[in-house]
Ligand binder design. Structure first.
Ligand code: GLA
Length: 361
C-alpha cells in the first residue's frame, strides 16, 4: 500500500477510543471551559467555517471568544484586487455578535495565505508605494467592517525570522517590497481604522530565548517610535516537552515589561516533540503515557496563565477537538496528533479535567 495515512488515522481513532471511552461523562456533568475561567480571562477557540456549521452548541458551551482559523486572512477576504469575499467572515462575526462572544481578528499581514496579485504590478514586482497603498486599502475596508465584532486584531503575524543570523524575515514578500516599514505602517493604519481595537503582534517560538529577544527588540522599537501596539500574541503551538515553565514565565514577564498585554492565541500541545518525526504511536501504553504527560503540561501552563492574569488578557486554543487539527499534517504529513483538550468525539480528555479542576480565587 502506497499511502498508509488513512489506516494509521483509523488505528489512532480506535486506540484513543479505547483509552477515552471509559472516562466518558454525560453532557450536564461536563463544566463549561470558559465559565471555569470567568474570573481570569476569556477562553477562545480557533474555528473553521465547517465548525460553525456543525458544532455551534459545543462552541457556545465552552468558549466566549472565537478566532477565524482562515476566513479573515488576506487571501480569503480579498482574493482579487478590490474583490472582497466576506461571506464566511461575516457569518463568523454574526455568530460572535449573536452569542455575545468576543472575536479576535486574524490576521491583516502575514507572509503566507496572501493573494498573488498583492505583490505584482503586471509582470513586474509591485513597488513599495503600491504595496503600502494596497495594505491601506485592505485595512480600511476590513477593519471598519468588523469594528463592532472584533475587539482585537493580530495586525502582523510572524515577521521575525527563525534564523539566528537574521532579525526580520527577509524572504517575506512584505519585507521584499517595503523593507521593515510595512510593520509600523500596518499598526498605524489599523489604529486609524478602529481606534478602539487592541492591536497585537502575533508569533510562534515566543518562549525561545533567541526569538523572544528579537520580538522584544522589535516591539521596543515600535513603541519607542510611537507606533500603536498593545499586545503580544504568543501562538503557543507547543508540545509535551516544551516550553518549560520557567521559559514560559520568563517570556511572559519579558513582554509584559514593555507594558504590553499578552495573549495566548493558538494553543495546542502536540504529543510529539519538535524533532520526533515518527509516525503515530500505536502502542496503547505509550500513547496513554503521552496523554498523561500532555495533561500535566496543560495543567502546569494554565496554572502559569492564572498566575499572570493581570497581564494575560485571553487564552485561545487552536481548534475544537482532536478530530480536526492542523497538527495532523504538521510537521509529519498524515500523522494523527491529539493536541487539544477534547478527544475525537468532542469529549473531555484528561487534559481538560486538569485545566478546569483548580482552586479558584
Ligand atoms: C499559524 C497561523 C495560523 C494557522 C496556523 C496553522 O500559526 O498564524 O493562522 O494558519 O499557523 O494552522
Amino acid at each position: 500500500m502506497k499511502n498508509k495515512a488513512p489506516v494509521l488515522f483509523l488505528l489512532a481513532i480506535f486506540i484513543t477510543g479505547m483509552l477515552f471511552g471509559a472516562a466518558a461523562k454525560s453532557g450536564e456533568e461536563i463544566p463549561s471551559l470558559y465559565q471555569a475561567y470567568k474570573e481570569y480571562f476569556p477562553i477562545g477557540a480557533g474555528v473553521e467555517y465547517w465548525d460553525l456549521l456543525n458544532h455551534r452548541e459545543f462552541i457556545v458551551k465552552h468558549f466566549n471568544s472565537i478566532t477565524a482559523g482562515n476566513e479573515m486572512k488576506f487571501a480569503s477576504i480579498q482574493p482579487g484586487e478590490g474583490v472582497f469575499a466576506f461571506f464566511r467572515a461575516d457569518e463568523m462575526a454574526d455568530f460572535a455578535r449573536k452569542h455575545k462572544m468576543l472575536m479576535r481578528g486574524h490576521t491583516l499581514v502575514w507572509h503566507q495565505q496572501y493573494p498573488s496579485w498583492l505583490f505584482a504590478d503586471g509582470a513586474k514586482p509591485a513597488s513599495k508605494e503600491l504595496v503600502l497603498k494596497r495594505l491601506a486599502d485592505h485595512i480600511n475596508v476590513v477593519v471598519p467592517r468588523y469594528k463592532d465584532a472584533v475587539y482585537c486584531w493580530d495586525v502582523v503575524n510572524e515577521a521575525v525570522s527563525d534564523s539566528m543570523s537574521e532579525f526580520l524575515r527577509k524572504d517575506s514578500p512584505w519585507y521584499k517590497a517595503t523593507g521593515e516599514d510595512y510593520i509600523a505602517e500596518a499598526f498605524r493604519l489599523a489604529h486609524q481604522a478602529d481606534p478602539d481595537a487592541k492591536l497585537f503582534y502575533n508569533d510562534y517560538g515566543t518562549t525561545r530565548a533567541d526569538k523572544r529577544e528579537k520580538i522584544y527588540v522589535l516591539l521596543e522599537d515600535l513603541l519607542a517610535a510611537g507606533v500603536p501596539v498593545h499586545g503580544v500574541g504568543m501562538q503557543a503551538h507547543w508540545d509535551i516537552v516544551s516550553p518549560s515553565i520557567s521559559q514560559l514565565e520568563t517570556a511572559i514577564r519579558r513582554y509584559a515589561s514593555l507594558g504590553l498585554e499578552v495573549q495566548i492565541t493558538e494553543l495546542d500541545i502536540s504529543l510529539y516533540s519538535g524533532n520526533d518525526k515518527r509516525r503515530f504511536i500505536t502502542d496503547p501504553e505509550e500513547l496513554k503515557e503521552r496523554l498523561e504527560i500532555q495533561a500535566e503540561q496543560y495543567r502546569d501552563i494554565f496554572a502559569v496563565f492564572r498566575e499572570y492574569r493581570d497581564v494575560i488578557t485571553g487564552v485561545t486554543v487552536w481548534g475544537l477537538c482532536d478530530a480536526r487539527t492542523w497538527k495532523d499534517n504538521h510537521p509529519v504529513r498524515g500523522r494523527k496528533d491529539l493536541p487539544l483538550l477534547f478527544d475525537l468525539d468532542y469529549r473531555p480528555k484528561e487534559a481538560f479535567w486538569e485545566v478546569v479542576d483548580f482552586e479558584s480565587l
